[in-house]
Design a binder for this molecule. Structure first.
Ligand SMILES: [Zn+2]
Length: 115
C-alpha cells in the first residue's frame, strides 16, 4: 500500500498547446503582422495590390479584406492566417529560383480592377 493519491495535486501543471498546428500557446503567442506584410512579395508575384482584396476563408467561411489577415513571417517563408479561425489562407516560400505559393485555404480572392 502506498497511500499516495496524487490524482488531484494542485501544484501540477500540464501545459497543452490548444492547436498542434500552431506552435504558440495562449501565454506565449507567436508574433505576427497584419496582411500588409504580405503586400510586397505578392506584388512581386502578380503585380496586384491584394491588401484591399476580399478573400473568403475555406475553413470557416469568413469573408474579409486581405489586409486584416494575420501574417507570420518568422519561418522559412510566409504564412497568412484567417483572423476568425486561424486557419491557413496562404503560404508563400521564395527560393533563389522560384516562388512556391499555396492558396488552398482561400475559397476565392476578389481583387478590384484599378480604374
Ligand atoms: Zn477562417
Amino acid at each position: 500500500m502506498t497511500g499516495n493519491d496524487s490524482s488531484a495535486s494542485p501544484g501540477a501543471e500540464d501545459p497543452r498547446p490548444g492547436d498542434p498546428d500552431i506552435a504558440g500557446t495562449a501565454g506565449n503567442p507567436i508574433p505576427h503582422l497584419d496582411g500588409n506584410a504580405a503586400a510586397g512579395p505578392l506584388w512581386e508575384l502578380f503585380r496586384l495590390d491584394v491588401i484591399a482584396a476580399i478573400g473568403r476563408c475555406k475553413h470557416c467561411g469568413a469573408v474579409r479584406a486581405f489586409g486584416e489577415a494575420s501574417v507570420y513571417a518568422d519561418g522559412p517563408g510566409m504564412v497568412v492566417r484567417c483572423t476568425s479561425c486561424e486557419g491557413v489562407l496562404l503560404r508563400l516560400v521564395e527560393t533563389p529560383t522560384s516562388f512556391w505559393l499555396d492558396v488552398s485555404g482561400l475559397s476565392y480572392l476578389q481583387i478590384d480592377r484599378e480604374s
